[in-house]
Design a binder for this molecule. Structure first.
Ligand SMILES: N[C@@H](CCC(=O)N[C@@H](CS)C(=O)NCC(=O)O)C(=O)O
Length: 238
């Protein structure tokens, strides 16, 4: 008996994951639900959803108990927003949500096609924003400075280097990938906008120009109007 045959006999059929049919694997599920709080990183996903232009329903969660309730922890065990549910597919983490939506709705043209050479820089800047830039910004906001002898083990090295790399990235062309706007601009751009607003990022001309270019898009304006209206409603109720 060949080794292949032995393996086949000892593995129980129930334990073997059947390959998904092409239809199941590529099926775009139904309702799109967006879990958010208007004063959160959910603003970034709102912008992405408005760029995509597909209908979605919104579930608003107050920070605190609502996000830590069992019903929501079943969606995001981190007890944080944003999150989305697309049919049976749940995605958390703002950068992942932006990337997922761009791929799930290719007609919105917010990601280079798989296999395109632009996919490299697209991933690069999405992950740079979610990793080094987010960590460096958060530490900066908390006043934490990486000790010089620890820079080698910290993924972002130094805050100053992150900012210089970012400045170069946003000053080469209109957008991160050249003349084509993508989900990487939504995610990294929104992080820049927030950092400029919070005062944790120096107002270098490259950042200010890039931010004014992308934040004046119709979808970005629409997203801000929706979240601002929700915030105003909440303020009026309290
Ligand atoms: N890494 C997560 C961070 C999510 C996050 O920190 N969300 C904050 C709002 S911006 C939150 O839900 N805070 C409420 C809490 O932790 O109770 C992402 O990128 O989506």
């Amino acid at each position: 008996m060949s080794q292949f045959a032995i393996l086949r006999t000892v593995r129980k059929p129930d334990n073997i994951r059947k390959p998904e049919s092409k239809t199941a694997a590529t099926m775009i599920p139904g309702t799109l639900t967006f879990y958010t709080n208007p004063a959160s990183r959910g603003q970034i996903v709102r912008w992405m959803l408005e760029e995509v232009g597909t209908p979605y329903q919104t579930v608003l969660l107050d920070s605190g108990m609502a996000m830590k309730a069992p019903e929501y922890l079943a969606i995001n065990p981190m007890g944080k927003v944003p999150a989305i549910r697309h049919g049976q597919i749940v995605v958390t983490e703002t950068a992942a949500i932006c990337a997922y939506l761009a791929d799930a709705f290719p007609e919105a043209r917010l990601a280079p096609a798989p296999g395109s050479s632009l996919r490299g820089p697209y991933y690069r800047w999405l992950f740079f924003a979610a990793g080094p830039f987010e960590a460096a910004s958060s530490n900066r906001a908390l006043g934490f400075v990486v000790p010089a002898d620890r820079e080698k083990m910290i993924g972002y090295g130094t805050y100053d280097r992150v900012v210089d790399v970012l400045e170069h990235a946003v000053s080469q062309d209109a957008y991160l990938l050249g003349d084509v706007f993508t989900a990487a601009d939504v995610y990294l751009g929104a992080q820049i906008g927030l950092a400029l607003w919070f005062g944790t990022l120096e107002k270098r001309p490259a950042f200010v120009d890039y931010w004014s270019r992308i934040s004046n898009r119709k979808a970005a304006i629409r997203a801000r109007q929706i979240d601002d209206a929700l915030l105003a409603k909440k303020a009026a109720q309290s």
